[in-house]
Each structure stands twice: as structure tokens, then as C-alpha cells.
Unconditional design. Structure first.
Length: 414
């Protein structure tokens, strides 16, 4: 971590869905690191490759965000501990005051066009339907207030909300002027909550990352706006579990010229994300994101299907079982099976901190638009056709080498 006092800056990390388990784990982890109560294990940017880049120190993040629920952040953090974080209660007591102070930087979000299951979860929003332009204005004002109140040098916005139903991309989504007119005329179908969040963040000059599968967040018109405004953006869908393994394992079959006949996956999870994905409309977005990886890597489309099941008793511990049926020499058919078990929030949280540091770094370097070097963090990386995990990681290493004027030879072993 960079501790050079001359380079210290106050950077705000605004989490959309701040009261979800991932956000709570991000904040708990950052505060625990700040007090020397835990290590940086799981953070990509904590490796020596990134030491000399001068990335913002996690200790210098000021947290804020929005949510559709009124549950106090302290209670959310306790729930995160109960469902997934194996944190000593003594350590948790040490950061209680930090969590309570963060509550001052939290406000209500929006559920615009998010689907019934998400709208039914909302309990912290004012009654009545607001115009799109008013929703957008509120989002922008909340970001301004957060920045001014905390005297921040910059703000990074990361979307960690539940998966929305897919947005049908229309001609107006490809044209910034037409999209702006649709918002101004209150065309309710032009976007979803994620679209408004991204629009507001970019207009306020905040680096923006979509960690969700929701395709409404970074439509082409908003990517164009980000390029015009000098704002780095990236998404979609954080790669933390089964798809991470798939993107690392599939190239093995490719390199040995083994034909994958079928790759079947069953995903089980019991947290709020699992409950939302239990709705077929919301689940459709997630499945589209997960299903494209294999074809992108192999260059052909084996029979492949991912099944997602809501299992409440699992809480935050997601389980994935995969069956790979493949053909080898003389037509011999063989198979490989694996089971992946991990805590969703613990896998995701350090990556969120990585993305925040790298997005802020890109903004300070004057970069704008998509950040393709961050492809290895996402299931569906925008603007990138490379889906092999090792090759994606090499893209990040090359970026770090160029940014730091240093050469790093191949993969880094920590």
C-alpha cells in the first residue's frame, strides 16, 4: 500500500447498494485494514506489481453511498458477519464507530424500472413516482453533497446493486443526444436505475464501475459521454467464482486441442442476490453474462447451460458444481467435474477495492471511457474480446508496467 504522505488524497468511494452484503464487507475490510486488524489478502493491487504506481491508499477512502433500504449500516455489517465473514467480535467492536460515522454519508437510492422483486424490497424511498430528470438531479446532488461535505479530491462510484431485468437496447441508447432527450421527456422505458446512476456519476465527473450484470448501466451513449467528459468507466459483472474458474480452465482444453462437448453448471446461493435471481426476469440478465465466456474462449459453442438456484440456508456461501464432458484422441469421451464453494462477499469485496483504486488512478492520468485493462475483473468486459483469464491478467500487468515505466516479465508469483 502507498503511504507517501505527499501523495495522499481524499478519495470518496460511493457504493450503490451500500447496505448489501458485498458493500458491507468492503467497508468492514477497509476499516479493519485501516486499524491493522486484517491483511490485504485477496486484493490484486496489494501485490508488488502495483507498489510504485501511487494508487490511493485504502486508508484514505471516505465511504458513502445509497440504498433502497433503511436498515442501519451497522446492522448490515453484523448481518454480513453472521452470514459470511469469520471476523472476531473484538475486531468488529473496534470498527463500530467507523461504521456509525459512515451512516452520515448514506442516502436513499432509486428503484426505477428495476423489476417487481427489487421494487418490493424498497423500504427507504419517498412515496410517488419522480420524473427521470428529477431522479437524475437527485443522484447528482447526492454526489455533490458527499464530495463537498467530506472535502474530497475525487469520487469513484461503484454499482453493487441486485441484478436488474435486461434492458432492450434501442437506437436512442447509441446516440447521446437522443438519449438525453428521452430522459428529459420522461421516457420511462429508456433506462433502469443503473442507467440513471451511471448517467449521474459521469455528469459529475466521477469514475464509474458497474460490478453488476445489469446491461442498462453502461449503454453506448453513456460510454460516449464518459469519453467526452474525461471519465473512466468499466463493467460488467464482477468475476468472482464459477466463471473465474471457467475462464482459467477452458484455455487448458484449447491448448491441448480437446473438444468440449458439454459444460454444465449448477449454481446455488442463498443471499439477497440469490433471492433476486430467483425471479426469471432478473435471472435472464445474469445467465447472459455467464453463458458467453465459454464460446468467446473456445471459438465454438459447446452445449452449455448454467442453472441458478436459490437455497436460503446457504446464505452468502455460494456453491457451484460443474460437469465438463470432452472428446479426445480416437474419439474417446472423458469428463472433469469440480465443485466451487466460496463466500460471495469475501470474494468480491477486495476486487471492489482494487477497482476503486485503479479507476481513481485512471482518472488522475487523464484517461477517459472504457478501461479494457480491467477485463480480468469482469465476466462480460466491455470493449474486450479476450476472455482467457491469464491473458486478461497480462493486459493488467502491461498497463501497470507502462504506467509505472517498468517491465514485469509474465505472471507474478506472490
Amino acid at each position: 500500500m502507498n503511504n507517501n504522505a505527499e501523495k495522499k488524497r481524499k478519495v470518496g468511494l460511493w457504493l450503490i447498494g451500500v447496505k448489501g452484503l458485498i458493500s458491507a464487507t468492503v467497508i468492514i475490510g477497509a476499516f479493519a485494514m485501516r486499524r491493522g486488524l486484517t491483511t490485504t489478502t485477496g486484493m490484486v493491487t496489494a501485490s508488488s506489481v502495483f507498489t510504485d504506481l501511487g494508487l490511493v491508499d485504502v486508508n484514505d477512502f471516505i465511504f458513502g453511498g445509497c440504498d433502497i433500504r433503511r436498515e442501519p449500516l451497522l446492522d448490515c455489517a453484523r448481518r454480513a458477519m453472521k452470514e459470511g465473514i469469520t471476523l472476531d467480535s473484538f475486531i468488529f467492536d473496534k470498527i463500530t464507530s467507523d461504521l456509525e460515522k459512515t451512516e452520515e454519508n448514506i442516502c436513499a437510492g432509486t428503484v426505477h424500472n428495476c423489476g417487481d422483486i427489487i421494487e418490493n424490497m424498497a423500504d427507504g424511498l419517498p412515496a410517488g413516482n419522480k420524473k427521470l430528470s428529477d431522479e437524475l438531479l437527485t443522484i447528482r446532488q447526492n454526489l455533490k453533497t458527499f464530495k463537498e461535505r467530506n472535502k474530497l479530491d475525487s469520487v469513484v462510484v461503484i454499482n453493487l446493486t441486485s441484478t436488474e431485468p435486461p434492458l432492450t437496447i434501442k437506437p436512442c441508447h447509441h446516440n447521446l443526444e437522443e438519449f438525453a432527450k428521452c430522459v428529459k421527456s420522461n421516457n420511462a422505458d429508456v433506462g433502469r436505475a443503473s442507467t440513471l446512476y451511471a448517467y449521474g456519476a459521469i455528469l459529475e465527473g466521477c469514475s464509474y464501475v458497474n460490478f453488476t450484470p445489469s446491461n442498462g448501466a453502461l449503454i453506448p451513449a453513456l460510454i460516449e459521454l464518459a469519453e467526452q467528459r474525461g471519465v473512466p468507466v468499466m463493467g460488467n459483472d464482477g468475476k468472482t467464482g464459477e466463471t473465474l474458474v471457467k475462464s482459467a480452465l477452458a484455455p487448458m482444453f484449447l491448448s491441448r486441442n480437446l473438444e468440449i462437448l458439454s459444460w454444465e453448471g449448477v449454481n446455488m446461493l442463498g443471499n439477497m442476490d440469490g433471492m433476486v435471481l430467483n425471479d426469471p426476469k432478473n435471472c435472464e440478465t445474469k445467465l447472459k453474462s455467464k453463458d458467453k465466456v465459454l464460446q468467446k474462449i473456445m471459438g465454438y459453442a459447446p452445449h452449455s447451460k448454467v442453472h441458478i438456484h436459490y437455497v436460503p440456508s446457504l446464505a452468502d456461501q455460494k456453491t457451484a458444481w460443474d460437469l465438463i464432458h470432452f472428446r479426445g484422441f480416437l474419439g474417446g469421451k472423458m469428463s472433469l467435474q469440480f465443485t466451487w464453494q466460496g463466500y460471495d462477499s469475501i470474494l468480491a469485496a477486495p476486487l471492489v477495492l482494487d477497482l476503486a483504486r485503479l479507476a481513481d488512478f485512471a482518472k488522475q492520468r487523464g484517461e477517459a471511457g472504457l478501461m479494457p485493462h480491467l477485463a480480468n475483473f469482469f465476466k462480460s468486459p466491455l470493449g474486450v474480446e479476450e476472455y482467457r483469464h491469464e491473458a486478461q491478467y497480462e493486459m493488467l500487468l502491461d498497463y501497470a508496467a507502462n504506467a509505472g515505466n517498468k517491465h514485469y516479465g509474465g505472471m507474478i508469483n506472490e
